[in-house]
Ligand binder design. Sequence first.
Ligand code: UDP
Ligand code: MG
Length: 316
Amino acid sequence: MDISIVVPLYNEEESLPELTAWIERVMSENRFSYEIIFVNDGSSDRSLEVIKELADKNGSIHAVSFSRNYGKSPALNTGFERAKGDVVITMDADLQDSPDEIPELYRMITEEGYDLVSGWKKKRYDPLSKTIPTKLFNATARRVSGIKNLHDFNCGLKAYRKDVVKHIEVYGDMHRYIPYLAKNAGYKKIGEKVVHHQARKYGTTKFGLDRFVNGYLDLGTLWFQSKFGIKPMHIFGLLGSLMFMVGFIAIFVVLLLKIIAMCSDTYNFWVTKSVYFYLSLASMVLGVQFFCTGLIGELITRNSAERNNYLISEEF
Ligand code: UDP
Ligand code: MG
C-alpha cells in the first residue's frame, strides 16, 4: 500500500463527505493504493454515522472510534498504530488542509528521502489572535528543538515514512511537537513544504487560547526529557552540588564572623542576625531536595520499560 491517510476528527460531520470525495479524487487521479483511517475522537454529532455511510461505499475507508474525547494526540497515535501504507499522511478533517498536496508530499518522502515533511501554512486564514502567538510559539519551538528549518510545527498536514510513525509515541498534547519527537527518536531528515491553507468552512475550532500555555509547558517537558530523560541525576545532582557549595561558603562566612566577634569583645554578634546564616540554611535544604529528586528520577528511569530502547539505523 502506498499511502495511509490518518484523519483525527472531533465533531466534523459537515466536512467529512466533501473531504472524502476530495481525497478519493486525488488518489484515483494519481493511481495510489491507499487507505483512509478516520479516528473519531468521541464526537457527539453525527460524524460516526457519516463515516459509516462513507465506508459502505469505499472499502479503503477504515475508522476507529473513541468512547469519549481524548484529544488530537491520542487520536493520531491510534491512527499511527494502524497505518499500513509506506507513507503516512496526517490531515485535519475540517477542510483547512488540501488533499491536493498529497502527491508532492509523497514524492518528497519516497524520492527525496525525507523522514518527515511538515506542511507550512505560509499564508494563513486564521484570526490574528491565533496567527501572532503562533509565530512566537514556532520561534521558541525552533530554538528549543534545534530544528531550525521548520516554520510551522503544528500544521495538521504532515507526511511520514512509515518507520517514523511506528517509533514515536504521541500522547497528551504532544501533536504540536511531532517533528521534535521524531528528531529525538533519531530521524534527522525533516523537511517542509509550503501548503495551501483555507479558512474553516464548517464548525468551529476545537482549541482555545489555553493551547499556548499548554504548548509552552509541553515544550519544557520535551526539552527536559530529551536532555535528561535517561539521566536525571546529571541535572539535579549538578543543581544540588551548586546549592551545597553556596551553603558551605555561607556557613564558613558565618563561622568567621562569629570567631572575629568572639575575639573582639566590643562587638556583640548573633549568628541568627546574619544573612549568611539564612543563606546557608536555605541552600542546604534545597541541595538535599535536588539530590533526592535526582535519585528518585534515577530509580524511575531504571524501572522504565524504555530505558534500553535504542533506534538502530544499521547493523552489519
Ligand atoms: N481534533 C480532534 N480532537 C480534539 C480536537 C480536535 O480530533 O480534541 C481534530 C479536529 O476535528 C480537526 C483537527 O483535530 O480535524 C484540528 O482541529 P482544529 O481544526 O479545531 O484546530 P485548528 O485548525 O483550529 O488549529
Ligand atoms: Mg482547523
